[in-house]
Design a protein around this ligand. Structure first.
Ligand code: PRX
Length: 639
């Protein structure tokens, strides 16, 4: 059943969606020049977009000069210095720490001077491997202040993953913590960092924040954050940055094994994060805004830090998990802090809904006005649960579609403006022009009702500009399938109202619990195990995670399948990537379905993983058609 919900009370300026949308496309330059005024520039730009998708070279506001940290801090100080910038909701229940804009300014200034004292200069890369603590935000903004480029690695990644990322970006400083604390558990981040940088002479210093009292093994390169930072002045002169100077690198998974470092630049990214944060969440001054993502992913970059802080919002940083100490943790925070805007992923909502509705009874959530969803398609049942049960039917629900590559939200309802349809990300934001192309031949679907591959026809300021150190891969990955368009990797339907329904990835990427993982990356980690000859990883439908990870594994000759081997295989993935990438199902078998040229038939493996045993297509061209029958029999026995 396709339900529709009328927009909640009209907000802001954007009541006439269609008119503004048409204007934004037709007068794109004027639209973005006008929008660019929301930032404080050292030198205002006179140009908007230059370049195009044919050349895969595009720039925004190229003659503008600004500093991102001025926009997130200094410009708020004259009127808002005593307002709260960050509320740190610690791992421990009910413990909060508030940081005003004045304090943020001082902490960022000191951190920036500390980095300078260690020789960090404009353009240098700094790796941040930190838990959800205020020092992560200080470090990001300190980098921005002095023109260094941060590369944040989610604190759930293993030493090997961290190592690859530090090496790729040639980071000469790493900021980490002695330990992280999450859901009552301790994570030995410093130890992991030491393992990750072993033998890397180019890493000059490791700065260690002390989140707990635990002593760690200090090396020659180590610097204690607290000891060095207190010696610094709180004032640090901001660098003048060109609009297109890099702001950060963020690694994400793709179809091939090696993660890609997407590069975002200063002005366009900030403008887009700032603009969409206000528009999509109908953010109004003084509101408390809680995005429950981790800053290690793009959602946290754009919608915990850069978007909200550039708008002088109060942004909550949540260190724990939705289940710790119990399944009402989010709701307690919402009541404690009087949160008006809450943003999370469907996987978290499914986890909580599965615990039972009684967990909603310990809170009222009456402050809420806007609920957001991100990271994967939200199934209509969970949408309804979120809307009716969590939001008491009072809130706008924004299902926001975007990606690491897009920098900010591209398709989403606007509160008070767009009709809401459970399961649909609805309509493009202003200045954004999605198209649907036929996956096989790239033909643009001109009918309103359409299905195919989701592409973008024109650039927007928040778009990633390249893959760090590998522009050719950037071109190949996003601009070669469908010439002249940006290919998102997602499948999509458009309904008769022109509403977009994202169906999920159509490349070899999985959205597992809102984490983005490349199947090739997981396979690579599995075959590191010496007992494994071959592996093929696919996704399957999982009640909580959305997509579960299903690994077909062929063992080396003479190795017997056992529970221990399966444990070992999971451990290989934990070591190679991180615990969150561990396969849900390991299916040990004797052969994979392959074409005569040796290509693994993933289509068949996907169907079998989903227990769909009919409609497997023509299997007569396989080199060993019997393999399929065997796999089906084995699948029936796996829970
Ligand atoms: O498949 C889409 C899915 O998440 C992918 C992007 O993942 P990542 O770069 O990790 O960024 C996640 C946070 C922005 C997309 O290609 N995705 C994201 N949001 C939605 C979504 N799928 C459906 N609906 C969404 N609202």
């Amino acid at each position: 059943m396709n339900r529709t919900y009328e927009p909640k009370k009209a907000p802001s300026a954007q009541k006439n969606y269609l008119k503004t949308y048409e204007h934004s496309l037709k007068h794109n330059h004027d639209f973005w020049m006008e929008t660019s005024k929301r930032l404080d520039w050292i030198k205002a730009p006179t140009k908007s977009l230059e370049g195009n998708y044919e050349q895969v070279n595009f720039k925004w506001f190229d003659d503008g000069v600004l500093n991102v940290s001025i926009n997130c801090i200094d410009r708020h100080l004259p009127t808002k210095k005593n307002e709260v910038a960050l509320i740190w909701a610690k791992d421990e229940l009910g413990e909060y720490e508030r940081i005003t804009y004045q304090q943020l300014s001082e902490n960022v200034g000191r951190c920036a001077n500390m980095l300078k004292s260690l020789g960090v200069k404009k353009g240098d890369r700094v790796c941040l491997y930190l838990p959800m603590i205020p020092e992560l935000v200080y470090s990001m903004l300190a980098c921005a202040r002095i023109g260094a480029v941060h590369s944040i690695v989610f604190a759930g990644f293993s030493a090997e993953s961290l190592r690859g990322r530090i090496e790729d970006a040639k980071c000469n400083i790493v900021i980490t913590a002695n330990e992280g604390k999450r859901g009552g558990k301790l994570i030995p981040l410093k130890q992991i960092t030491d393992d990750a940088i072993a033998g890397f002479d180019f890493v000059k210093n490791v700065i260690v924040v002390h989140r707990t009292d635990a002593k760690v093994n200090y090396q020659k390169k180590d610097v204690k954050y607290e000891e060095l930072v207190v010696k610094q002045s709180a004032e640090c002169k901001p660098e003048s940055m060109k609009a297109e100077d890099p702001l950060f690198i963020l690694y994400t998974s793709g179809s091939t094994g090696k993660p890609k470092g997407l590069l975002h630049t200063s002005a366009g990214y900030l403008l887009y994060a700032s603009y969409t944060h206000e528009l999509v969440f109908n953010y109004k001054p003084g509101q408390i805004y809680f995005c429950a993502a981790d800053i290690g992913w793009v959602t946290g970059h754009s919608y915990i830090v850069y978007g909200p802080l550039s708008n002088a919002a109060t942004s909550v940083i949540f260190e724990s998990t939705p289940l710790y100490p119990a399944a009402d943790r989010y709701w307690k925070i919402i009541d404690d802090l009087k949160v008006q805007i809450f943003y999370t992923a469907p996987t978290a909502l499914r986890t909580l809904a599965a615990q039972g509705d009684e967990w909603l009874n310990t809170s009222k959530r009456s402050s809420l006005e806007v609920l957001g969803s991100v990271g994967e398609p939200i199934n209509p049942e969970i949408w309804e649960w979120y809307y009716h049960k969590v939001g008491h039917e009072k809130c706008s629900l924004v299902d926001t579609w975007w990606q690491t590559e897009t920098g900010g939200i591209l398709i989403s309802p606007i509160p008070g403006v767009t009709k809401m349809k459970p399961g649909s990300a609805t309509l493009p934001l202003f200045g954004v022009e999605p198209i649907i192309v036929q996956a096989e031949n790239g033909k643009i679907q001109t009918e309103i009702e359409a299905q195919g591959a989701l592409c973008l026809k024109r650039s927007w300021p928040g778009q990633a500009r390249t893959i760090y150190g590998d522009h050719e891969r950037f071109i190949q990955t996003y601009f070669s399938q469908y010439k002249g368009f940006y290919f998102t990797g997602d499948g999509c339907n458009r309904d008769a109202d022109g509403f977009y329904w994202i169906t999920g990835r159509i490349d070899d990427v999985l959205n597992c619990s809102g984490h983005r993982l490349g199947t090739a990356e997981i396979e690579g980690a599995i075959v590191e195990n010496k007992n494994v000859a071959e592996a093929a990883v696919v996704g399957y439908s999982h009640d909580i995670k959305g997509t579960g990870i299903y690994a077909y594994v062929v063992l080396q000759k003479g190795v017997k399948a056992s529970d221990d081997i399966i444990k070992e295989i999971k451990a290989s993935v934990q070591k190679g990537i991180g615990k969150f990438a561990s396969p849900d199902i390991v299916h040990v078998t004797t052969g994979l379905p392959k074409t005569r040229s040796g290509k693994v038939m993933r289509r068949i493996l996907r169907k079998i993983a989903c227990s769909e045993f009919t409609g497997l297509g023509d299997i007569s061209t396989l080199s060993e058609p019997n393999v399929v029958e065997l796999l089906i029999e084995e699948r029936k026995k796996i829970k």
